[in-house]
Design a protein around this ligand. Structure first.
Ligand SMILES: Nc1ncnc2c1ncn2[C@@H]1O[C@H](COP(=O)(O)OP(=O)(O)OP(=O)(O)O)[C@@H](O)[C@H]1O
Length: 866
């Protein structure tokens, strides 16, 4: 039987006939078939076979259709397999018809005869066995055409040494390989095109891990200049360029072919046990194509790599040694790196290890997305090479599964588009909101500016006093705008005072600095005073008043406040005096008081001491004199929180003061951070202390005071102390927990409705909840009212008990210290009139302010009185 070289032999026809018969066999034999195909050592059980049968039955199409369907979704790496024909010697050696262990079943399936009736089947895009160079190139040609469309492409021949890679790529003069054919095709197509192309040719090899330009003759003599070193660079677009690689423009096929032949001559080849003309390097041909007037092309300049890889080899088999051994190792290493890259691409890993070898680095932009890659895997037909063949085929199978283009499912696409629309909508909303706020800020700024201009000079707060030193202009403007905006929208009672204003971190820092450098010209806490009707046995009207603390820094005279004064300015809110005055004097006092504030004539360094001194004088000597301003009536009580400043001054320990200053400043800052709520305010007030007439101070007491640690939160001393030793005429009885004070309260008319002003802050009566109004106003903590097991849980009872016990402690203490009958008389009077009149006044005040609405009638409040 005569066979032309291209015709399939009779054995192959017989094999195909057997295959067709096999396909008609009962699927009962499927398990055995698969077992033999895959070479599994363990038998496949019947359940597994059943499930496979089900899968096969449920397949909608024939195998061909399925393969076609599969080919549609495959990635950009196409894999062709070429089986080298047996040489004459190999045929004579007993392989019969020229078909050995590797048999191409059809144009895409390959069968490996593993022996013992076992075989393994591989599927590739194309399988060539006994095919001519023409036949191979016809399948390769589409890739070449895509290069003219602007795609990067890479065609590389892979396989065991001596399997025909160089034959496929380079070919012979009679049967040229892919490289010359590609060049020829490219020029042919460019000539047919309407566009003008610029084609350049480069050729290099990677030998022993180094790049060598194959278009540059190697130095053969010591006097010859060394060729420039080639280095791989990544351009800004992610493309790979090789510095110093010669790139020669070629205008026709012959020019390019000449260069190619020249480069091939410079290639490193050597004779090995496997191949007499074995390539000992990776040979890489680069053809770059540039077209300036073809916008339809994917990119202006693109390239195709034609790579004849070095053959993988088993050193044991080739018995290579010395340089051949090094070459073999270097080739295997780079092929291994190429395998890793393909593996990573196949798994769609985030990191592709291109940098592990020069080979993969050079091919980086031709192996990834948006490039056409064709792998030609070459295998030997010999049974003795079966192991290497299986390795090569497995490698090729992995490459075949690589999907370079990340095709998204419709669902994922929809989700992505929905998310993008969402984000765009949000961006638009945020932008709108920003514009809106910006407009409001501008309006507020204008209002602020107008308001500032209207204010009298002395009341204007200089911008420098707003602690703007360290705030950048933009931030300052924003901060001011925000404040202005907030203030304009806030009810008056929620507005922060200069002391309670919450500050930002930056603002706080600058505030601290400016506090040291510049003081506000004046800080005041409004005096509060309102008449209440006395319903008890005392028939006079009483008022509750809180004195004003005015602090002034005279910039003109340059009078500096000392540290203690400066510090005291910061705690003015705690500096509370409560005065009970007969109603007849109240109006006078109030007006005087206001006059005094208007004048602003109280010097800051005198303010507190003068104030306290007047209280002392009034209390001990001039009972008819005004307490703070205006004449003071008889039978009046002064309750005050001792000033820390005075205590510090009387102690005369500047060092201690300075030492504590940091902590105090920190406490104060903390206080400023917390925007005062009504509860906070009352809590603060309730920890105030009573101010009583000056008493003589013993040395022991002074010593005890000096040695006592000071807690700012406890007012002046936090413990029993003499007024003249620590508070300039003020005396504290009991500690913070034992004492209660009456917060400064004033009924005021706001723009819309009646308000209650407490500690300089305005609240609506409706802002005060039941428990709070009772407990805090009367000096009993909410906790005590709520859940102390030792106390009567009723608010009334606990309040009364507390008042009683505190009063008793107070009287006992006075008696023990023999503080004089005059004072005792006053105290007695206070017991009967003063203190509970305070409570009564409070009750009346609260009733008058509408606290009855909260569910407490008048009897309830009277029940709180001693
Ligand atoms: N398809 C083929 N038809 C005819 N001869 C072939 C074919 N493939 C390979 N040969 C021959 O086999 C021998 C080895 O081929 P080749 O040198 O191309 O192998 P190789 O894979 O490049 O080896 P190496 O990796 O060592 O360079 C050559 O003599 C070549 O002519």
């Amino acid at each position: 039987m005569n066979h032309s070289p291209g015709d399939p032999p009779a054995a192959y026809i017989h094999f195909m006939q057997m295959k067709a018969m096999d396909s008609k066999k009962s699927i009962r034999d499927l398990g055995e078939t698969i077992h033999s195909l895959l070479g599994f050592k363990s038998p496949i059980n019947s359940a597994w076979v059943k499930s496979v049968c089900q899968i096969i039955k449920s397949l909608p199409n024939e195998d061909g259709d399925a393969a076609e369907e599969f080919s549609k979704i495959k990635g950009n790496i196409r894999v062709f397999c070429r089986v080298r024909p047996l040489t004459l010697a190999e045929s004579i050696g007993g392989l019969g018809f020229g078909f050995g262990a590797v048999v191409a079943l059809d144009t895409s399936n390959l069968l490996l005869e593993l022996g013992n009736n076992k075989s393994k089947r591989y599927t590739f895009d194309k399988v060539f066995q006994g095919s001519s160079q023409d036949g191979v190139f016809s399948e390769v040609e589409p890739v070449i055409k895509s290069v003219l469309d602007g795609y990067n492409a890479c065609i590389f021949a892979y396989g065991q040494t001596g399997t025909g890679k160089t034959f496929t790529m380079e070919g012979t003069l009679e049967s040229p390989g892919i490289v010359p054919r590609t060049i020829e095709t490219l020029f042919k197509q460019t000539e047919d095109s309407n566009h003008t192309f610029l084609i350049t040719f480069s050729m290099l090899e990677i030998y022993l891990g180094k790049l060598r330009d194959l278009l540059v003759p190697q130095a053969t003599r010591s006097t010859d200049p060394l060729p420039p070193c080639l280095s791989i660079q990544t351009d800004p677009n992610g493309g790979i360029r090789i510095e110093n690689l010669v790139s020669i423009q070629v205008s026709d096929f012959n020019q390019a072919l000449k260069l190619y032949r020249f480069g091939c001559q410079l290639r490193s080849t050597a004779s090995t046990n496997s191949n007499t003309t074995s390539s000992r390097s990776h040979c890489m041909i680069r053809i770059s194509i540039t077209c300036f007037d073809a916008p339809e092309r994917r990119r202006e300049t693109n390239k195709i790599w034609l790579v004849d890889l070095g053959g993988s080899e088993r050193v044991v088999k080739t018995k290579a040694w010395g340089r051949r051994l090094d070459e073999g190792r270097a080739i295997n290493l780079s092929l291994s790196a190429l395998g890793d890259v393909i593996h990573a691409l196949q798994r769609s890993k985030c990191h592709i290890p291109y940098r592990n070898s020069k080979l993969t680095r050079v091919l980086k932009d031709s192996l990834g997305d948006d490039s056409k890659t064709l792998m030609l895997v070459h295998v030997s037909p010999k049974e003795e090479d079966l192991c290497e063949t299986i390795c090569s085929l497995n490698f090729a199978s992995r490459a075949k599964n690589v999907r370079l283009g990340h095709e998204e499912s419709n669902e994922v696409k929809n989700q992505r588009e929905a998310a993008m629309q969402n984000l765009q909508q949000k961006i638009k909303e945020i932008e709108d909101e920003r514009q809106h706020i910006r407009g409001k800020l501008q309006i507020s700024n204008r209002k602020l500016e107008v308001t500032r201009k209207r204010l009298p000079l002395e009341d204007q707060v200089e911008p420098s006093d707003l602690s703007t030193e360290l705030v950048p202009p933009s931030e300052l403007e924003f901060t001011k705008s925000i404040k202005g905006n907030v203030r304009s929208e806030m009810p008056s009672f929620m507005r922060s005072t200069i002391c309670s204003r919450t500050k930002t971190g930056m603002e706080r820092q600058t505030s601290l600095d400016s506090r040291r450098k510049r003081r506000p010209t004046s800080q005041r806490a409004e005096s509060v005073s309102f008449p209440v009707k006395n319903n008890s046995e005392c028939n006079s009207d009483y008022s509750i008043s809180r004195s004003t603390c005015a602090v002034e820094f005279n910039k003109k005279t340059g009078v500096e406040l000392d540290n203690a004064t400066v510090y005291s300015q910061d705690i003015l809110e705690c500096d509370i005096k409560t005065v009970i005055l007969p109603d007849r004097n109240m109006s006078q006092m109030t007006s005087n008081h206001r006059n005094m504030e208007k004048r602003g004539s109280i010097k800051s360094n005198k303010c507190n001491s003068t104030k306290v001194s007047k209280v002392d004088q009034w209390f001990t000597l001039h009972k008819d004199e005004p307490t703070i301003s205006g004449p003071a009536p008889r039978n009046k009580w002064v309750l005050d929180i001792p000033l820390l400043e005075n205590k510090q001054r009387s102690n005369g320990e500047k060092m201690q003061r300075n030492g504590n200053k940091k902590q105090k400043q920190a406490d104060l800052d903390q206080k400023e951070e917390d925007k005062p709520t009504l509860k906070d305010l009352f809590a603060e007030e309730s920890s105030s202390s009573l101010i009583f007439p000056p008493q003589s101070t013993t040395d022991d007491q002074k010593d005890s005071l000096d040695s006592s640690s000071v807690d700012d939160s406890q007012g002046c001393c936090g413990s029993l102390s003499r007024p003249d030793s620590c508070c300039n005429g003020s005396e504290i009885f009991g500690n913070e927990d034992e004492l209660y004070g009456t917060p400064m309260v004033q009924a005021v008319e706001d723009t819309d409705h009646s308000m209650i002003e407490i500690g300089g802050h305005r609240f609506s009566p409706f802002d005060i909840d039941d428990t709070f109004s009772i407990s805090q106003v009367f000096g009993v903590s909410v906790q005590e009212l709520g859940g102390n097991e030792d106390m009567d849980t009723s608010p009334q009872s606990s309040t009364k008990e507390r008042l009683k016990s505190q009063r008793a402690l107070f009287i006992d203490d006075l008696k023990q210290k023999d503080h004089g009958m005059a004072f005792m008389k006053s105290q007695e009077t206070a017991k009967k009139e003063g203190a509970w009149l305070i409570q009564e006044s409070w009750a009346s005040a609260l009733l008058g302010l509408g606290f009855l609405d909260l569910g407490f009638n008048q009897d309830f409040f009277y029940g709180l009185i001693l």
